[in-house]
Ligand binder design. Sequence first.
Ligand SMILES: Cc1cc2nc3c(=O)[nH]c(=O)nc-3n(C[C@H](O)[C@H](O)[C@H](O)COP(=O)(O)OP(=O)(O)OC[C@H]3O[C@@H](n4cnc5c(N)ncnc54)[C@H](O)[C@@H]3O)c2cc1C
Length: 350
Amino acid sequence: MYGQPNVTPSPTPRVIALLIAERDDAHELARHAEDVLNETFARAPAQAGPPDVLAVCVTRRYDPQLVESLLRLALRTIVAVTVPDLRAPVQAADLASVLERTLAAQALGPHDFVCAPASALGEEVAGRLAAACGGVAFGRIQQFGFDHPGAHAHRTVFGGRASVRVQARTGPWFGGLRAQPGSANKPSAVPGATVLREEASVPHDADEITLLPADAGRRPVETARVVVSGGRGMQGAEGFALLEQLATRLDGAVGGSLPAVDAGWVPVTHQVGQSGKFVSPEVYVAVGISGTPQHLAGIGSATRIVAINNDEDADIFRAADLGIVADWHTFVPALIARIDAARCADAGSR
Ligand SMILES: Cc1cc2nc3c(=O)[nH]c(=O)nc-3n(C[C@H](O)[C@H](O)[C@H](O)COP(=O)(O)OP(=O)(O)OC[C@H]3O[C@@H](n4cnc5c(N)ncnc54)[C@H](O)[C@@H]3O)c2cc1C
């Protein structure tokens, strides 16, 4: 249940943004806070006014710049929890045990909506917390709102091509929020917002999860704004090294189709599709991928698809917003060279 709160649960709806990520990436953490705020303000009933939004941020070290950037947002309270002994790779069980205590201290109650990011990590943490706090797990959501009494959320189904409305009368409610593009509405900062600093440690008796070496240091596909994916048409690991170079230049992550994973060219944690990860970046670059329904099921409907394939009849072109009929052996190195040249010219003109 809710633990031993040292303050009384709030009787009015409250939104709690969980700012957690695989790495202490201040940009990613602040972006999730903005997503939660935009979603909260977009759907708040005019007569009642928007609910309070509280952010709980978990990092290994206290980051004053991150707190500074959070103070510029419409957050009423910022709880900055530092956990120096957080394991790498970060584990959902550790975060959940830390957050369970922090949420109890913040008097988590039946009117609170807790929003983790819509990453594999965020969703697992949200699910664990819902179980530990006796709350309701909504899963991956795109929208949420309060119903007086109760709360609802919109969940995507069928690979993001449809959505269903789920509701529950009593919270706390938990979801992994993937904000919809275009919902930004820039609420202003709250004067006199409170910053609370906490130090925590994790019990290291939980089951240790060892990440496959191939995955270490790779940017996760679920949270990237650009995903560059390769398929069987990449013909080997060398092709994927080139995709890695392209992804780095686009500040993106590398993904792959099932055959590419089976061949060992990309780790299984980066497989996109029905039996892999669901991704909804702004841009998805599919190279040497034919575009089967099982692969496309892993790509959000709002994502722009750029396809590079040497078969002009490939199905991927039916789903693509931009299709390039080309052999990647020539096109991808040329694209990388073009990006580098444009950046050089840009740097030279400053
Ligand atoms: C239950 C089930 C679950 C599945 N889950 C998934 C899943 O999660 N993810 C997934 O991806 N698949 C999944 N599959 C497999 C799926 O059915 C396809 O087999 C798979 O998506 C095909 O992958 P591909 O596009 O990489 O390969 P292919 O279909 O073989 O396509 C390769 C493409 O590369 C192009 N190409 C070749 N050479 C070049 C070149 N030099 N330059 C440019 N283009 C080139 C070809 O024209 C072709 O279009 C699943 C299947 C089942 C039955």
